[in-house]
Design a protein around this ligand. Structure first.
Ligand code: UGA
Length: 443
């Protein structure tokens, strides 16, 4: 099928590449000329395993094109995806200016029946607003063109996005038009080979499904972090508790890992936006507020450990930090817990020596050159001259380190582990003090 995608960010690019991989002819539009030029040369602006080869291959064989020309891209498509950003505005609601801007531009160029698909995470009711924006552009130029707006939220995880896209566990289609539903079913048929993963519903339910999914996952994490904080105070080990509850299939083992808080471009923003939506319709979403509040405090948990350990004074101390990205397999630093930790350490007068397998450039882009931040080339280099080690991203490379080497390099033999990577007994046997999250030891 002929598909156009507005927005070559994370969602748009992955979706475009995977649809092209399945044999569709995809045109990706972006207003950023230099980004489009780089994509044409096969340079991928994000680190996402497996994405580069499919972008290059499909670009080379003409199945995937990049352009800044909205008019030709609209003319090309039977189905147009809107996959532009919805950054939080000042009060935490999703800012729809990019989504509605694309809708207007579609309305200016549309000349035959097309399905317009909202792929961006947007508040309930946005499809109606997109519909109105397109319709008003059409009537401004006296054009009578039929179109439908449907909601088709994405559930990609950074780091696994290509796999999630090619092998989705569900395809949610929110549509009030059989014609549009039929076209999306046809588009997604190759993704559905073994059994039908399509869930068709009304538009508003689909829009809410996206927020409900992310809010549920964020709730699981904040819940576990809360129990971890209690475990610490009552002398229990959250890792044993986690296994004890995960074996109940109604609870499950997934997404109940306590840690230094969730980050990324989705959970923090979506929980806040859903809370604002609820408030906007007169419902005080207390649970969502609590999920956010627990996460906020959890992000400074390691700083609290470190500060207590050094008797409230880290001025002049150097902390080695393993991990910067908000999670492994990405270079994304948005809302990363590492940022709150580093900023708190700097504020208190400490220096950070940090290592991350991917996020070095992104960290430099965010913070620039500063005397109290040294970006290192390896995990062990980060330990040179450091007082203590803190771990904030669970990269595989950090999972079985040489504890004797860590012990020898650090001035104070102590590890603050924000992702519970190690067994306390093993670390302690190597002569290091160990502070994990909810591991029965509070400072
Ligand atoms: C999340 C959802 O998992 C995707 O399903 C969704 O499509 C996506 O948002 C989105 O809305 O676009 P992502 O932000 O890539 O995906 O990251 P996750 O893998 O969900 O991790 C989010 C954060 O939660 C990370 O900081 C991670 O460290 C933390 N986390 C995750 C925990 O602290 N504990 C856990 O048990 C799991």
């Amino acid at each position: 099928m002929k598909v156009t995608i507005f927005g070559t960010g994370y969602v748009g690019l992955v979706t475009g590449a995977c649809l092209a991989e399945m044999g569709n002819h995809v045109v990706c539009v972006d207003i950023d000329e230099s980004k489009v030029e780089r994509l044409k040369r096969g340079e991928i602006p994000i680190f996402e395993p497996g994405l580069e080869p499919i972008v290059r291959r499909n670009h080379a064989n003409g199945q995937l094109e990049f352009t800044t020309e909205a008019s030709a891209a609209v003319a090309h498509a039977q189905i147009i995806f809107i996959a532009v950003g919805t950054p939080p505005d000042e009060d935490g609601s999703a800012d729809l200016k990019y989504v509605l801007g694309v809708a207007q531009s579609i309305g200016r160029h549309l000349d035959r029946y097309t399905v317009i698909v909202n792929k961006s995470t947007v508040p309930v009711g946005t499809a109606d607003r997109v519909h109105k924006a397109v319709a008003s552009e059409l009537s401004a130029r006296g054009a009578q063109v039929e179109f439908d707006v449907v909601s088709n939220p994405e559930f990609l995880k950074e780091g696994d996005a290509v796999e999630d896209c090619l092998r989705p566990d569900r395809l949610v289609i929110g549509s009030s038009s059989e014609r549009a539903t039929g076209m999306l079913r046809k588009l997604y048929a190759p993704f559905n080979r073994n059994h039908d993963r399509t869930v068709v519903m009304d538009v508003r339910s689909a829009e809410l499904t996206k927020y409900a999914a992310n809010a549920m996952l964020a709730t699981k994490i904040s819940f576990m972090n809360e129990i971890a904080n209690i475990a610490e105070l009552v002398g229990a080990d959250i890792e044993l508790v986690r296994q004890g509850i995960g074996s109940d299939p109604r609870i499950g083992y997934h997404f109940i890992y306590p840690g230094a808080g969730y980050g990324g471009s989705c959970f923090p923003k979506d929980v806040q936006a859903l809370e604002r939506t609820a408030r906007g319709v007169g419902y005080p979403a207390r649970l969502l507020g609590a999920v956010e509040a627990v996460n906020h405090d959890q992000k400074t948990k390691l700083f609290d450990f470190i500060s207590h350990y050094f008797n409230g004074d880290v001025r002049g101390r150097t902390i080695a930090l393993w991990g910067l990205a908000f999670k492994p397999n990405t270079d994304d630093m948005r809302e990363a817990s590492s940022r709150r930790l580093m900023e708190a350490l700097w504020e208190a007068g400490a220096t950070v020596r940090a290592y991350d397998p991917q996020a070095r450039h992104e960290t430099h882009r965010v913070y620039g050159d500063r005397n109290d931040l040294v970006l290192c080339d390896s995990a062990y280099q980060a330990l040179d001259g450091a007082d203590a080690l803190a771990i904030i991203t669970e990269w595989k490379a950090f999972r079985s380190p040489d504890f004797a080497r860590i012990r020898a390099a650090l001035k104070e033999p102590v590890i603050f582990d924000g992702r519970n990577l190690y067994e306390p007994a093993v670390v302690e046997e190597a002569g290091l003090a160990y502070y994990g999250i909810g591991r029965g030891r509070s400072v």
